[in-house]
Design a protein around this ligand. Structure first.
Ligand SMILES: [Zn+2]
Length: 159
C-alpha cells in the first residue's frame, strides 16, 4: 500500500510513496479536511501530487522520475529494472539483472585469482549481512536479490 493515512487533529494526512522497488521518494500533499473519508482523501492527495502518476487498477503510485511506470507494460515485455544508485560512465542507471551478472563475474574472477582475504569483526559481518538481507528483500525475485541473499548467508557462515 502506497498511501498512509493518519488522523491526528482536524486534518487527514496522506503520504504518497513511490511504488518502484528501492525508490525512497515520498510526498505529503497538503492535508485534507478530516471529514473526508479515506478513499476520498487518497483521490484528493493524488490530484494534488504534481508530476506523480498512479495506476488505478494496481492502486500504485509513482514519483515524477518513475511516472512512466504507471502505464502497464505490453504483454511479454519485461518492465525496466534500473539500478537505484549505480551509474555507468555516462551517468545512466544500469539494468539490474545485468548488474547482478557483472557482480557475480567479479566473485568468480576473485575465486580464480585467490583474492586477498579481508577480515571483518563479527559485528561488522553481522551488520553487513543484515544490510544485504534488506537489499534482498527490496529486490526479491531478482538476480540482485538472490546475490545479496547468498552473500548474506556467506557472511553469517550459513553457506
Ligand atoms: Zn520513484
Amino acid at each position: 500500500m502506497s498511501i498512509h493515512l493518519s488522523r491526528g487533529g482536524a486534518l487527514r494526512r496522506v503520504v504518497l510513496s513511490c511504488d518502484v522497488a528501492g525508490c525512497p521518494i515520498q510526498l505529503e500533499p497538503p492535508a485534507t479536511e478530516a471529514w473526508r473519508n479515506d478513499a476520498d482523501a487518497r483521490t484528493w492527495a493524488r490530484e494534488h501530487a504534481v508530476g506523480w502518476t498512479s495506476d488505478p487498477i494496481r492502486q500504485t503510485d509513482y514519483c515524477p522520475g518513475h511516472a512512466q511506470f504507471s502505464t502497464a507494460p505490453a504483454a511479454g515485455v519485461a518492465p525496466p529494472r534500473p539500478t537505484a544508485s549505480v551509474r555507468d560512465r555516462s551517468g545512466n542507471p544500469l539494468h539490474r539483472d545485468e548488474y547482478a551478472d557483472h557482480l557475480r563475474g567479479l566473485l568468480v574472477d576473485a575465486d580464480r585469482s585467490g583474492g586477498r582475504p579481508l577480515t571483518l569483526s563479527a559485528a561488522q559481518a553481522a551488520v553487513a549481512a543484515r544490510l544485504l538481507d534488506e537489499l534482498a528483500g527490496v529486490y526479491r525475485g531478482e538476480g540482485l536479490g538472490a546475490l545479496a541473499q547468498e552473500l548474506s548467508a556467506l557472511l553469517d557462515g550459513r553457506d
